[in-house]
Design a protein around this ligand. Sequence first.
Ligand code: ATP
Ligand code: MG
Length: 177
Amino acid sequence: DILKIRPFMSDLMAEFEFELLDRHHEFTYRDQMKETPSVRIDGKRVQQAIRNIIGNAVKYGPADLRVDTDLYAEGNFVCLSIRDNGPGIPEEKLPYIFDRFYRIDPERSKDLMSTGLGLAIARELIEAQEGEVVASSPAEGGTCFTIKLPIAGNAVNSDQKTSEPAGAAAGRRDSAV
Ligand code: ATP
Ligand code: MG
């Protein structure tokens, strides 16, 4: 589906906010977008990927968990960053966390009913839509996941699709339908 990213994401994040506040965690969502681009995504799959990432924050994070999310544009992508104040992931383990069945602490994860599939599935769901998921360990601690979704065409403002420089259309990867 081709969706306007801002209303889609604010509705979705309102659901996660509700769930986290219900568990007495803190949650913020900041929309830093200046435009309202459209993305060609399957909303349910994006929701599931975000659920796997936020689910980990809840599972591995402290009682006073805080999850901060930001939506911003970067080149031809819309990015959603999801940052938690959990135990963090050592830099040398970051390359493996998206592997199937990989768990950093299998003994501990066993108690938590983990299979090690959540992030592998999240990455598959996002890559199937020509997006990307990356993880980083911020200096201030915790873990940060960023989901990048490709902007559909150049439809930055689809209310004004009348005139567009010829060069802009030529450089497009996929043209708007
Ligand atoms: P499943 O999601 O299948 O229930 P899982 O949570 O162990 O199992 P993944 O979601 O793929 O598997 O995560 C892989 C590993 O990465 C986890 O076992 C955990 O060690 C680590 N991890 C993932 N997210 C976080 C996080 N937010 N903070 C700290 N560690 C994390
Ligand atoms: Mg998981």
